[in-house]
Design a protein. Structure first.
Lengths: 367, 400
């Protein structure tokens, strides 16, 4: 196959590209320029869009011996990822921009462009495994290295997207990948992993959002509705957040308080004790099924945030077919609308949806 | 060339292969020891090569040997000319720098730096749709306050379009007010006759690697009476204007390449022009909506014989470049930013192109090693590549 290897400048995508070559594919390396102004981005290992990263990707392509180009996807990234990120926070939700980038950029804009240019697939350094089922369905499974597994942020990909995707690293551990990178003479073998959100230079999401959105004052209240203090913008808070609430005085019971709910129109942020963070019901929109939608209730597990725990659950398709209703057998804590709910059967991704509402003991607490 | 060309190279305006003779001279000279500033026999031998190279280069470019200041290349020569003359000539009043809208970054960036850091008042002169400086606009600009101008600079031929600039008219306008005129001639050298003295210019930039010499050496030709403030201070070499130990082998190879280029300039220009005509004919036949940009007329007052600049409507230049590259055909989209992202060329925007057209353009540049077989290969692979690049543009239609 003719394959585009998306190369971030990190060790994973470099080894993935090398493995695609070794598997016999005709591979071209592509670094995605996602910032309209790359100079403004952080350097080093914390993100994925700096000029230094582009250089690292180029040197890896040199070492592997494949052609290398930079593709300017900054307009698409700004429209589909950054603006969505801002809109989601404005609406009181907590988006996952990496997942969004996979859905709209890496396995959409990039894949479409690659296909138009005569390529057959896009290879990335994500940790996930693809298998073709007997009926031809492309199944995605968790990576062998559960600590690095990224099937969650890929759980939104459609069958058509998966059919043109290669994840050469899913069968190995990160440690093995680093060893292999060193053996292959790749300079990035010991480059630290990237963290945080690539377009927020210093990792200060709240600061970045307040710069973009300006002050949107509101109140922090307790569950009785009593105002504890004013705040500058509800987008600075995330469900489950404990730090940085600056409430001044302790709760009556002396226990720490957490963000339980964010009401986007009024900007009211409700805080309360940890046990009230627990939810046992979810309603998810944008359902996506790997294969056909289940006709009856599934006993399965769900993951509700990147690198989050698995929760046992019973899942069924909503009455209208346009939603997923999740009953958590193991209640989960700090679940934010906007995050994805990815449904697993063992290691296999069954489907996914975007969390719209959470509920606790039949009480709806977030809209 | 002896080696079978595995790739069809159409990027001679970026850099052109070294003449084998120049390579031989350079290799030979690299094996010798001697600092041209030393007083002993080895030093004198090195100095002799430097001065003989200077004399040959001066003669080939219509200059006196004392007017040749060697530099590390075109960028340094441009910086020396434009910053050096600004620093040397500025007064409280005299702060204007006039430049054209289609200059290379090696000129554009020092000019804008002077404005940002040194209090220069920089003024850009527009070009017409063919990419040629508007002399009427320059005349108005000069005459608004001629005594306040430190220098006027206009490239001899544009690197993206090949359009030759009206140097003699610029010189005539500036001479009426004793304003120094500099021209970046790195693209013109080798492809059209250059005569520094006859041009009336005060300073002119050339570089070796655009004419079959090595990368890393160039020259600023500069009238004796000009004393720009140096960029580099040190041993006082090169009229005390450009300190630093001279690369003897680089200079010898530069002189050899220039000799060969000037000796064969007319016949090479005619040969290359014929190849260019084949490219233009082939592209317009194979891709009927393709538009060839710049001055359509051939000749030393119109355009360089070796550059074809084409807009492919509905295509992305970088996609087309990648596909041609995959088929062994090497072309250019124009300038690239630090991260390697193709930006729409400021030259095309200055000529009145919109951003989509600017992004959908390619430069094919020919040189002394170009052959009919190269053109055959280009014309063979272009239709398929073009079709795919157009399809790639369509899939992202919503994005821009």
């Amino acid at each position: 196959m003719r394959v585009i290897a998306a190369m971030s400048g990190g060790v994973d995508s470099a080894v993935a590209a090398a493995r695609a070559v070794e598997a016999g594919h005709d591979v071209t390396g592509v670094h995605l320029a996602l910032s309209r102004n790359p100079r403004s981005y952080r350097s080093g290992a914390r993100g994925c869009c700096s000029i230094e990263d582009a250089g690292d990707a180029r040197r890896a392509a040199d070492a592997i011996g494949i052609p290398f180009y930079t593709w300017d996807m900054s307009d698409e990234f700004a429209d589909e990822v950054v603006e969505d990120f801002i809109a989601e926070y404005t609406a009181g939700r907590t988006p996952n921009p990496c997942l969004r980038c996979n859905e709209k950029i890496k396995f959409a804009a990039v894949l479409d462009r690659a296909m138009a240019l005569g390529f057959d697939a896009v290879a990335t350094g994500h940790y996930a495994q693809l298998r073709t089922a007997a009926d031809g369905t492309i199944e995605m499974h968790r990576a062998v290295d559960h600590g690095k597994d990224q099937s969650y942020v890929l759980g939104v990909l459609t069958q058509d997207q998966l059919r043109h995707s290669l994840f050469p690293l899913g069968g190995d551990t990160k440690d093995m990948v680093r060893v292999e990178a060193e053996r292959r003479g790749l300079q990035v073998a010991h480059k630290p992993d990237s963290h945080d959100i690539c377009f927020i230079a210093d990792g200060d999401n709240a600061g970045w959002l307040s710069e973009k959105l300006g002050p949107k004052p509101g109140a922090i209240v307790d569950e009785s509705g009593a105002v504890l203090r004013e705040h500058e913008g509800a987008y600075q808070f995330t469900i489950g957040q404990r730090r940085g609430l600056k409430l001044g005085m302790p709760a009556d019971d002396g226990k720490p308080r957490f963000v339980l709910d964010i009401e986007p129109v009024s900007g009211t942020v409700t805080v309360g004790p940890r046990e009230h963070l627990l939810v046992d019901g979810l309603e998810c929109l944008k359902p996506l099924w790997c294969g056909t939608a289940p006709t009856e209730e599934l006993e399965c597990t769900v993951q509700l945030r990147a690198h989050g725990a698995e929760h046992r659950a019973r899942v069924k398709v909503g009455d209208d077919g346009g939603s997923i209703v999740v009953a958590l057998i193991d209640p989960a804590e700090g679940i934010a609308p906007g995050q994805a709910c990815v449904i697993y059967d063992g290691s296999r991704v069954v489907g996914s949806g975007t969390i719209a509402r959470t509920s606790r003991a039949a009480t709806e607490i977030s809209a | 060339m002896s080696a079978a060309p595995s790739r069809a190279y159409f990027d001679h305006a970026a850099t052109t292969p070294m003449h084998p003779e120049a390579l031989a001279v350079m290799t030979r000279e690299l094996a010798r020891v001697g600092n041209a500033s030393s007083l002993h026999a080895s030093g004198r031998a090195a100095r002799r090569v430097v001065e003989e190279s200077r004399e040959r280069i001066a003669e080939r470019l219509g200059a006196r040997p004392s007017e040749v200041v060697f530099t590390s290349g075109g960028t340094e020569a441009n910086n020396l000319a434009i910053k050096g003359l600004y620093w040397a000539r500025r007064t409280d009043q005299r702060r204007r720098v006039l430049f054209s809208s289609i200059e290379h970054h090696a000129l554009l960036d020092p000019v804008t730096w002077l404005a940002a850091h040194e209090g220069a008042r920089i003024e850009v002169t527009p070009v017409d749709r063919e990419g040629r400086l508007r002399v009427d606009a320059l005349k108005t600009a000069i005459e608004s306050a001629p005594d306040d101008i430190t220098a006027v600079t206009t490239m001899w031929a544009n690197n993206e379009m090949g359009t030759i600039q009206p140097i003699s008219e610029v010189v005539e306008l500036a001479a009426q007010h004793d304003i120094p005129v500099h021209s970046d001639a790195v693209q013109a050298a080798g492809y059209v006759p250059l005569d520094f003295e006859a041009s009336g210019l005060d300073a002119m930039t050339v570089t070796a690697h655009k004419l079959g010499g090595p990368v890393g050496v160039g020259a600023l030709l500069m009238k004796r009476e000009l004393t720009p403030t140096p960029l580099l201070h040190g041993g006082g070499q090169e009229r005390d204007v450009r300190s630093g130990t001279i690369g003897v082998a680089l200079l010898a190879a530069f002189a050899t390449a220039l000799d060969l280029t000037v000796e064969h300039q007319a016949e090479q220009a005619a040969r290359i022009e014929r190849l260019r005509e084949r490219i233009v004919e082939g592209i317009t036949r194979l891709v009927p909506d393709a538009v060839v940009n710049g001055d359509p007329l051939a000749g030393d007052d119109h355009r360089l014989p070796n550059i074809v600049h084409v807009t492919f409507p509905g295509c992305e230049g970088d996609a087309l470049l990648m596909l041609l590259d995959a088929h062994g055909v090497e072309v250019s989209t124009g300038s690239a930013c630090a991260a390697g992202v193709p930006q729409p060329s400021h030259v095309l925007l200055a000529m009145g192109f919109d951003e989509a057209a600017a992004r959908g353009s390619l430069r094919f540049s020919l040189g002394h090693t170009s052959t009919d077989a190269d053109v055959d290969r280009l014309l063979e692979v272009l239709p398929g590549a073009h079709e795919r690049a157009r399809a790639a543009r369509l899939v992202r239609g919503g994005a821009r």
